[in-house]
Design a protein around this ligand. Structure first.
Ligand code: PEP
Length: 250
């Protein structure tokens, strides 16, 4: 089963609109022939317009990093799926570990956001993954099961094919410590089994499971060669256009 890989950049709280334009001015010529994979850049919300304008006419897609589950209302500081779509986004990262850790997101809140994102026609990139302490205490599968239930519960086969899961072991995010392709493959196989239990083998085989955690130009090829790894969610190394282009073209 061949799944088109998805390589997504998570810029977190970095770059202004001017810096976003400057990034694409360098990045686009480096990847304009590269249509093998789906490429998505997720800037801060205030840079979405600059990213959408800069990538117009190219095959690069733009995503948001978060959203509220309601479509409108008295939720100061929040943005909705409809707003994201109207701004030109096709994807949204949901349930990133930094959102779970610092902003109180739970499997329940992530589940509501996925529902709203799917209804708006966005592709949610749903982050799951264990803390170092959880891995060391043999709790990885339990955590992944809980996160997967949050991602899958209430959805059908069609829904799951419109989402991607990003396995991001928290101990590998921004630490320079990359999980080995074997560790990632095991986690991805477990996530796929969870998807199979919920949606059946055919749908589970089509689900894209990305890896995130210190993906860099030097390790991208080894990770992407692993058949269980269907792409990457890249933080730090996606901020530099040359570095992200090398990852995209691994
Ligand atoms: C991330 O934040 O999703 C991430 C994977 O970050 P980094 O690549 O910097 O580890």
């Amino acid at each position: 089963m061949s799944r088109k890989k998805l390589i997504a950049a998570n810029w977190k709280m970095h770059k202004t609109p001017a810096e976003t334009r400057a990034f694409f001015a360098t990045f686009l010529p480096l990847v304009n022939q590269h249509t093998r994979d789906e490429i998505v850049v997720c800037p801060a919300a205030v840079c979405i317009s600059a990213a959408v304008e800069s990538t117009a006419g190219s095959h690069i897609r733009v995503g948001a990093q978060n959203m509220h589950h309601e479509n409108q209302g008295a939720f100061t500081g929040e943005i909705s799926a409809d707003m994201i779509v109207a701004s030109g986004c096709t994807h949204v990262i949901l349930g990133h570990s930094e959102r779970r850790q610092y902003f109180g997101e739970t499997d329940e809140s992530v589940n509501k956001k996925i529902k709203s994102a799917l209804e708006a026609g966005l592709t949610p990139i749903v982050c799951v993954g264990e803390l170092l302490e959880e891995r060391e205490n043999g709790k990885t599968e339990g955590v992944l099961r809980r996160h997967c239930q949050g991602a899958f519960s209430g959805f059908n086969t069609e829904h799951v094919l419109n989402m991607a899961i990003a396995y991001e072991p928290v101990w590998a995010i921004g630490t320079g410590k990359t999980a080995t392709p074997q560790i990632v493959a095991e986690a991805h196989a477990f996530i796929r089994k969870e998807a199979e239990a919920e949606f059946g083998k055919e749908a589970a085989n089509k689900l894209r499971i990305l890896y995130g955690g210190s993906v860099k130009p030097e390790n991208a090829a080894a990770l992407m060669e692993e058949p269980e790894i269907d792409g990457a969610l890249v933080g730090g190394a996606s901020l530099d256009p040359a570095s992200f282009a090398v990852i995209v073209k691994y």
